[in-house]
Ligand binder design. Sequence first.
Ligand SMILES: [Zn+2]
Ligand SMILES: [Zn+2]
Length: 425
Amino acid sequence: MRLVIKNGRVIDPANSVDVQTDVSIEDGRISSVTPDIDPKGAEVLDAKGLVIAPGFIDMHVHLREPGFEHKETIETGTAAAAAGGFTGVACMPNTNPVNDSAAVTELILRQARDKGHVSVYPIGAITKGQAGKELGEIGELVDAGAVAISDDGHPVSDPRVMRRALEYSTHFDIPLIEHCETPELHPGGVMHEGHWSTILGLRGIPAASEEISVRRNISLAEMTGGKLHIAHLSTRGSLEAIRDAKRRDIRVTCEVTPHHLFLTDEAVKDYDTHTKMAPPLRAAEDRQALIEGLADGTIDAIATDHAPHHADEKMVEFDNAPFGIVGLETAVALCLDRLVGQKVISLAKLIELLSTHPARLLGLSKGTLSVGADADITVLDPEKSFTVEPEKFRSKSRNTPFKDWQLKGRAVKTIVGGKVAWSAD
Ligand SMILES: [Zn+2]
Ligand SMILES: [Zn+2]
């Protein structure tokens, strides 16, 4: 089984490649990247005008299975990933049961093998039941295939537990991914605390909630040498703390979501529950700081925090709605239009943020088009127009604030292990 992709613009930041050339794939691996490959006997994909990138990896996704299959399953979540241009996703452990044991990690991997459309990389819990008290079976989770640990959704509030988790994670050289929030500061908070929360009469979540936690966790990372990865960074202060920590060679990395890059708290003004997520949409100056953080390299990755909820769950008053929105089927088009199209960052930089870096952060031998690498490829059409139509999503859920947005650029083909997992036509 041989596939030859002809005449695409191949961008592989890991090898500093950006050139029009051909790519051939054999037995699930990249077999050559060179001009004028003879396609005899191979299936041919004409990629003139298209961009060939190493497969995108979303390092922050909630697949909801086991336990919440009415919101999403591994099958539908990975179908959504493929349709959005992702060849792999890392899934958070806040399932039911929580992924705090080898049995749950194995179940996720088995289901992904049987029903999945893209690769799935499970993230194990930091603490048992994500309760924040007792360290989980981190060694067991890693042996079973977990690529990182996180209690996402539940910040680890006890600094002693966090210290031990960071210390322990160094034995396995895996990142600890932390949802940085100080919930004690804002009981009942539902949106960013500022101008708009005052006008709308909604209880606020101040920027300090995140920043206190970011600074504390950076201190603990410095003390322990653990690899700290900050999830869904949302404020200027958090970004500055990370910029400073990186300058001091502390092992800290971070990700940002498309919704924090492209929306502000003003979007909450119609009380649309599709603008409710944690951390909340922030002020314009925070958004601006995140954009600058992408350009100057402080931000390592773009991740969606894809958090599907059933329509009935979101169809309630703002105060009572669950936090979270879907992101897998809108992220790449949003980034192509708003970041590359508007010349905020280059296409190569975007590919780094969506592929090269997430692969490196999770310790995966992915994120490159080197000869011999797995043939995980995302094919982009930067000129193709795309309207966000939630009713067409592969995801089970439709909770997006980007409905009807008209964008230029999208993924048009997703190739996983040499096989086409999804195609736009
Ligand atoms: Zn989170
Ligand atoms: Zn999350």
